[in-house]
Design a protein around this ligand. Structure first.
Ligand code: NAD
Ligand code: MG
Length: 359
């Protein structure tokens, strides 16, 4: 087992990475005095594979267990679903000594985390992420949220889990497209913070795609370390944490502009990474060789970075309404070579022009 401690003053916690560890969840929770009533929040897709193992493990450790299923999909990460979760928590007699287990991808993690942050003004929760994206990104860092009809993640809280348990075996049932999408976030960490890690990804790309357990766990651990280091320095995103947005500004514009459901988030991020690399090169922050290496790695992970045809006004609209726009200016994250970052500021129109998207 690989263990990473996230150091955050009075709410530090461990990330445990292993394979086959789902059945030890109850024991791991008991070790940090989480025992009593457990509410497992999941969705039917994930529950079909893993709810029994998780519930049995929690019961064996002495917990009463209630499994609460929410419908599968980003479109259900909303207030209506959240209310139904509150109802189920009340029905199950969940109190301040109880705890919530978020079993699933980022959608379940974000919504269950926000339920934990707000129910009874906050009860403990544990993340059990089952997608690659959730294991390397959303389960680490304490951002929880639901969507609003006017935008993604508009309602939320910073709320840290008591434990993150990553069982890499769960990735074996993940659709390949979702796995590849998670790899875009993995590439992101290498490009903006860690050249040696980028080189490992280049060298081990076949093993990663074959889910070689040793390599995969090292990769997930490194991503969690890098994200944890950034979050430890800037928990509430007043500065540094923004670098994690690399590839996301234009990626998000394409995700929205192409219409939700056309591109999976990570596929849009791959497009955003390639565009950000080109912009970084045109500003003199990296070489054409760096861009070629970044594109080659995306290619090796079968991530297409060819932007789909999206009308300019749709991109512009998405860029202007991005919640990270401040005073009309966008903080745009560039890569400095490979393994470094520089923050630039642009107007949305300037960014479209720099990306060469004047169609
Ligand atoms: P997701 O949660 O929708 O999961 C993708 C699909 O895979 C779903 O259909 C899900 O049911 C299925 N699935 C999950 N685990 C599975 C498994 N082991 N086997 C088979 N199927 C499985 O998507 P995601 O990419 O994990 O997360 C996206 C969400 O994460 C977005 O809502 C995004 O806003 C959020 N997010 C949050 C943060 C954060 O810091 N809190 C960071 C990044 C993304
Ligand atoms: Mg992302």
């Amino acid at each position: 087992m690989r263990v990473l401690n996230v150091h955050l003053a009075d709410h530090s916690y461990d990330i445990l990475i292993d394979h086959g560890s789902l059945s030890a969840l109850g024991q791991r929770c008991a070790e940090i005095r989480l025992i009593g009533n457990a509410a497992v929040i999941t969705n039917p897709t994930v529950a079909a594979f893993y709810a029994d193992t998780v519930a049995s493990s929690l019961k064996a450790a002495g917990n009463n267990v209630t499994v609460i299923e929410i419908p599968d999909g980003e479109e259900y990460k909303n207030a209506t679903t959240l209310n139904s979760v509150y109802d189920a928590l009340i029905e199950a007699g969940i109190d301040r000594k109880s705890f919530i287990v978020a079993l699933g991808g980022g959608v379940v993690g974000d919504l269950a985390g926000f339920a934990a942050a707000t129910f009874l003004r906050g009860i403990p929760f544990v993340q059990v992420p089952t997608t690659l994206l959730a294991q390397v990104d959303s389960s680490v860092g304490g951002k929880t949220a639901i969507d609003h009809p006017r935008g993604k993640n508009l309602i939320g809280a910073f709320y840290q889990p008591k434990l993150v348990l990553i069982d890499t075996d769960t990735l074996k049932t993940l659709p390949e497209r979702e796995y590849r999408a998670g790899l875009a976030e993995v590439v992101k960490y290498g490009v903006i913070c860690d050249l040696p890690f980028f080189e490992i990804l280049e060298k081990e790309c076949s093993a990663i795609q074959a889910m070689d357990q040793n390599v995969l766990q090292k990769v997930i651990l490194r991503c969690c370390q890098l994200k944890a280091q950034i979050v430890e320095q800037d928990e509430k995103e007043s500065g540094l944490r923004a670098i994690l947005n690399y590839g996301h500004t234009l990626g998000h514009a394409y995700e929205t502009g192409a219409g939700y459901g056309t591109l999976v988030h990570g596929e849009a991020v791959a497009i955003g990474i390639a565009l950000a690399a080109h912009i970084s090169m045109s500003l003199g922050h990296c070489s054409s060789d760096d861009v070629a290496r970044i594109e080659a790695l995306l290619n090796a992970f079968k991530l297409s970075f060819e932007p789909p045809a999206v009308e300019r006004h749709l991109l512009l609209n998405a860029l202007t309404t991005d919640k990270k726009v401040a005073g009309g200016t966008i903080s745009f994250i560039c890569n400095s070579g490979i393994g470094g970052h520089i923050i630039e500021k642009f107007l949305p129109e300037q960014l479209i022009a720099l990306a060469g998207l004047e169609v």
